[in-house]
Design a protein around this ligand. Structure first.
Ligand code: DCP
Ligand code: CA
Ligand code: CA
Length: 367
């Protein structure tokens, strides 16, 4: 597959939307969520506000007293930030989004890139329906709306997403990317801050289009090779960075303490069989297959050791874990004279194939 299909999802007015979710009666009022520094009643800054408050000119980062002044005479609601609650909502959404892509990169509490190339078979036409399906599922299960940008890479997806909020869905096909970028101000590009955009302005570069057609050697002359090339590529909507999965479970494991320290294979096996059962249960719930099986030991002198085996073919069954754990354990006991105090079982090296297959199947079955 040549073209990548990359999405950026950004939750709408996130902290304020979370507050509306737990207290729907504030929904039509201006809602401001702020960090109260506590010095005086109004000292602190606005974290975010709903779109009703934004109409009054309230902005993120603005001092609270200023937001109060702008909202004078309205029935505005001011609330303190509650990160624990927003994190919970965020993980529930991320969990759902994860099932829609083979690779998800969370960049902040309210933002994630998804590579959906395989799910939509590389087709930008299919993407609209796919994105709408995600929106509906998240809205009905969690109650939160978000905006989506779709493009051939992360850069285009991000700028597409920013172009239409809230509840936006902006799809920029590869052949449209350059013309989509062209009229936008240069400071929309990541890395072009105030100072850089002033400098560019002095060179006659105001829009991304101006930057795209500016001689790349001149850019390199001013900003150096790395940055100069980066500006040139970005302006031409080129971005080869991949959607980097982060924080996905790398392994599934269980660890337990023996009733007494022991060097007896049969006795220790009772424990590892228990642990294996739990690990296998997790594996089968996730419908993943693994290639590596490890056993972990804490010995009487409290040092720890581990032993692992790599399978020739990925496996997913309890029996394979049990058998390998037994072999590893037996070998280990032959190598050491110390007694074992704690023991652990771990599987890793997951292949994600079934996971992808599953999503494809369920997507096309439901469509
Ligand atoms: N945030 C903050 N202080 C800022 C900017 C943001 O505390 N100066 C927090 C509150 C936001 C969250 O981060 O809800 C996400 O930031 P966004 O920039 O995505 O803004 P919102 O989600 O609030 O609004 P939008 O609908 O524009 O995405
Ligand atoms: Ca947001
Ligand atoms: Ca954001």
């Amino acid at each position: 597959m040549q073209n990548r299909v990359v999405m950026l999802i950004d939750f709408d007015y996130f902290f304020a939307q979370c507050e509306e979710l737990r207290n729907p009666s504030i929904r039509d009022k201006p809602v401001v969520v702020g960090v109260y520094s506590g010095r005086t009643e109004d000292s602190g800054a606005v974290s975010t506000s709903n779109y009703v408050a934004r109409k009054f000119g309230v902005k993120s980062g603005m001092p609270l007293f200023q937001a109060k002044r702008k909202l004078e005479g309205s029935d505005a609601v001011f609330l303190p930030v509650d990160h624990v609650y927003y994190d919970q909502i965020s993980s529930r959404i991320m969990h759902i989004l994860r099932s829609y892509s083979s690779s998800l990169e969370q960049v902040s509490v309210d933002e994630a890139y998804l590579d959906v190339t395989e799910q939509v078979l590389g087709s930008f036409e299919k993407t609209r329906e796919y994105a709408l399906k995600m929106k509906v599922e998240v809205k009905s299960k969690v109650g939160i709306s978000f905006s989506v940008g779709v493009g051939p890479n992360k850069l285009v997806a991000k700028i597409a997403c920013d172009s239409q909020k809230p509840d936006g869905l902006t799809i920029v096909k590869p052949e449209e990317a350059k013309s989509f970028f062209s009229p936008l101000p240069v400071d929309q590009l990541l890395g072009v801050g105030k100072k850089t955009s002033l400098k560019m302005d002095s060179l006659g570069i105001k829009t991304i289009g101006d930057l795209a057609s500016h001689d790349v050697q001149k850019l390199i002359g001013i900003w150096g090779k790395t940055l100069g090339l980066y500006f040139h590529n970005s302006a031409n909507a080129i971005d080869n960075s991949s959607v980097q999965e982060q924080g996905e479970a790398e392994s599934i494991s269980r660890i337990g303490t023996l009733k007494q320290d022991s060097h007896d294979l049969a006795f220790i096996l009772q424990k590892t069989d228990e642990l294996t059962k739990d690990v296998a249960k997790d594996v089968s719930e996730k419908k993943w297959s693994f290639r590596q099986i490890s056993v972990y030991f804490v010995l009487t002198n409290l040092t720890s050791k581990s032993r692992s085996a790599t399978l020739e073919q990925p496996a997913k069954d309890e029996e394979t874990i049990r058998k390998n754990v037994k072999d590893l354990l037996e070998k280990f006991l032959n190598e050491t004279r110390l007694d074992v105090r704690r023991v652990g079982v771990k599987v890793s090296g997951f292949s994600r194939e079934e996971k992808k297959q599953q999503q494809l199947t369920s997507f096309f079955q439901n469509n």
